[in-house]
Design a protein around this ligand. Structure first.
Ligand code: ATP
Length: 239
């Protein structure tokens, strides 16, 4: 069972990140509430991955802060990366391992892992060595591993970056299923079609700043900034 209460909304206030003299993100103010997925969009180098890492707590901000509404925010979230790092063990063992680390009682671990493998369509491959799975299956396994920990918020960094259309559709289905059962998804993607299909709201980043933030439908129909309009047309944006 998930701990009572909620850690949402997640708020970023004056958030910034610099590496030496290079400012990568500045002045980010965001409120991420529960509900349909939040999709972070923007051209290459806009700072999407860095923002996701700051929100997740993997990077420490050099300015501003990330605030969770409730206690234990860092424990009730998970992140899945473009290329999952899997243990040299079976698919099932990969899902069980973080549950053991999280102190989930042994009796509950097997049921949760089986349920998560089922959710991603990998129940039949539970005993296969994880590193022998295809790229799409590995990404689904990474999603199962994260989902089994029952995070309230799940960060996904380009989850379909190196997947073909079939594998991408399978991952999108899993994301939609997780969102439907109440997991808040915050993700980056370069697939505009995917963003339109999944997003409840959008954060548009350019040059390390948030230029737009709001519900997905009006953003796609009539973006407010010239930069977002150009991005949606597929034009190159000056940095
Ligand atoms: N630790 C770091 N040190 C120095 N520069 C960094 C660091 N992390 C990211 N950068 C730079 O910050 C900028 C933003 O990187 P980030 O990966 O967040 O962009 P992105 O929007 O996710 O891009 P892409 O769409 O290409 O993945 C890039 O120019 C990147 O090279």
């Amino acid at each position: 069972m998930r701990a009572p209460g909620t850690i949402l909304p997640l708020e970023a206030r004056g958030l910034g990140f610099a590496a030496g003299s290079l400012r990568i993100l500045s002045g980010i103010d965001l409120t991420i509430a529960g509900g349909a997925p939040t999709v972070i969009l923007g051209p290459n180098g806009a700072g999407k991955s860095v923002l996701l890492r700051l929100l997740h707590g993997l990077l420490a901000p050099t300015e501003g802060e990330v605030r969770w509404a409730g206690a234990g925010g860092h424990r009730r979230q998970a992140m899945v990366f473009q290329r999952p790092v899997l243990l040299r063990r079976s698919a099932l063992a990969n899902v069980l391992y973080p549950l053991r680390l999280a102190g989930v009682p042994a009796a509950e671990r097997a049921a949760r892992a089986a349920q998560a493998l089922d959710l991603v369509g990998l129940a039949a491959l539970a005993d296969r060595p994880a590193r022998r799975l295809s790229g799409g299956e590995q990404q689904r396994l990474a999603l199962a591993r994260a989902a089994a920990t029952q995070p309230e918020i799940l960060f996904l960094d380009e989850p379909c970056a190196s997947l073909d259309p079939g594998a991408t559709a399978a991952v999108e289905e899993i994301i939609a299923a997780l969102a439907a059962r109440g997991t808040k998804i915050v993700m980056t993607t370069h697939h505009l079609g995917q963003a339109r299909r999944l997003a409840g709201d959008v954060v548009f980043l350019h040059g390390g700043r948030v230029l737009e933030q709001g519900p997905a439908e009006p953003f796609f129909a009539a973006p407010l900034t010239a930069e977002a309009a150009a991005f949606l047309r597929g034009d190159l944006l000056p940095r």
